[in-house]
Write a protein that binds this ligand. Sequence first.
Ligand SMILES: [Zn+2]
Length: 450
Amino acid sequence: MWKLIEAAWIVTGSADGDEVRATPKGAVAIDAEGRILATGYREDVVAAARSPDAPEPAERVVLDRHILMPGLVNAHTHAAMTLLRGHGDDRALQDWLQNYIWPAEAALADPEFVYTGTVLAAAEMLLSGTTTCADMYFFPEVAGRAFVRMGLRAQLAMPVLDFPTRYAADADGYLRANLAARDALTDEPLLSWALGPHAPYTVSDPTYRRVLAFATELDIPIHTHLQETTDEVASSLREHGVTPAARLAKLGVASAGLVAAHGVHLDPTDRTLLGKAGASIIHCPSSNLKLASGFADVAALVHAKVNVALGTDGAASNNRLDLFEEMRLAALLAKAVSRDAASVPATQAFLLATRNGARALRLDDRIGTLEAGKRADLVAVRIDTPAATPMFDPVSHLVYVAGRGDVTHVWVDGRARVTEGRLAEGPRVALAECAGSIATFAGRVRALRQ
Ligand SMILES: [Zn+2]
């Protein structure tokens, strides 16, 4: 049994090389287990997928006014923070964190908050073409169950801090709770795991060392915030005598398994060090703009051979979970920052949002491109609108023209999650069940604001 999705165009990167291929009159064939059987020109795909037992597809979806592409990878977010969307707007990072976000989380961030906020975030991400996210938040077991229920692929960066929250009291407590969470959900095919020490300014050297020991033993990435503001770099130089990136390198944390969010204020030595280590920087342009953190030099990072991917950060600092917006901003900002209009062209921005995200999470053997053998995480984008007319280059349109409102269909692991712009039944019911809880938490946030 196999199904066929036909589209006016198929656009995809490949596992190796930096080309992005656009194939007209294309198709993707998917087997019953949600694996891509073949992709390319429709006739070739049908010929490759048919067998004597199954000469015709069991299901055929025709998207003749659409581009079909790999699902977007949101490589840094805090999903449950959707419930704090719009709380603490227009403030600098430390003011925002210390006076708005941390007090709200201390009052509200229990398992029900995490489940509810994660379901809401997953709905928003699916509807905007994101099929995988890397989520760093408390109660990852609860978040994991929400992602499974919604059918969104997720890597849970399990939080580690040196101060108490509702989730745990100290580093030991976080690690214990995290290992139990991973054990409880280890068989879920949509979930993968990372350890998420929050940031160099909230995590001590001994704790980073312990995180590294566990991450090495479990063979999972370490996901942390890094050099988001000038203050962070200045205080690290004062307290440790080195930049946060150099400190992580000294601790052995800067490696191919490092997923570092932001990297706004990296000097050339930091960039070289991260590039040589094979680390990833998750560029979060909207969040950096909104918190006035600064402008990451993406062109310089790419030049230093750092794997750059994209993230929205949480909905309290964005306030959208919209990878199409991050992709367009990444391309535009890179040009302004480097004063070079050739920096981060459309093909590269497209790779940042798809394949490079998969690489950062070490899921590139499964997702990030449309290639035979990979999981079928697909997104269809309509191109029959006035705003998308005319079209000379589909890759350019995906980056510079398309928005999340143009997403019509989404498949994760071969299963339809969005059809004709609406959530499929499973995620729709899961979201509807949370309606009461969403309203309750909105009321509690409103009370905190008075
Ligand atoms: Zn973040």
